[in-house]
Design a protein around this ligand. Sequence first.
Ligand code: KIV
Length: 275
Amino acid sequence: MSPKNLGLLWKIPALGKSMKKKILNLIKKKNNTKIVSLTAYSKNVSSIIDNYCDIVLVGDSLGSVLYNYKSTREVSLNSMIEHSKSVRMGVKKSLMVVDMPHNTYRNSKEALKNAKKIMFKTKCDAVKLEGGKKIYQIIKTLIKNKIPVMGHLGLLPQSDKTFKFKGKKKSERDKILNDAKLLENAGVFSIVLECVETSLAKLVTQNINVPTIGIGASKYCDGQILVFDDLIGLNQMNYRFVKKYANIRNEISKAVSNYSKEVKKNKFPNKKNSY
Ligand code: KIV
């Protein structure tokens, strides 16, 4: 794939050299190497996952995962910025992407103001917005203003009512495929596909030149993303698309139980832990 196929972003000479290189390297992975991505909401987590990830996303999923909000619609811009500042401290090599929360990109002017604020305050590499045709002009405006954008299609938690996987109906399939092509044309450097039926995820992946990153969207995507708390089994929710690679709740329980016993028996702190 040649950079001339890569959309508007690559026509912007003033995009920072190192950022351009990072994004170009990511796009080159399409059809070569699978892209590994995870979410992080803090420095402690981002400093671990940075060693294994191509993309670290500060997802607005933090609204439900950390704050128990009913939906991501309640997440504020300030909350995203504060968590992203923490995440930034742990990210040295991965591409850091920050979700633009609900109601922060209702038109191009608002989107540009808020995206600039996110980029400036968090020093992230890119922002992610949910939607297709409806936000085409908004995405174009951000990219024209040198803000790299990641797209997000399929299940869109900021606006979805049913939270069911996408791609059963022909009209839904056509819309997602068309939206993916539009986003590519607008200049996004990759697209998250959330809860998309397998053959549709494959079709979208084969029909665009930028990488697709799947969550509940089959192995045919160019990369995968999971919410970190789900992967380590910290989150108690069970979703079909999640594989728990650890049961960290058990480990935490064991550690806290041991601490509690030792405090009660006056075994902690011992001499080594005292001044
Ligand atoms: O908010 C989030 O964590 C996300 C991922 C699920 C892709 O958007």
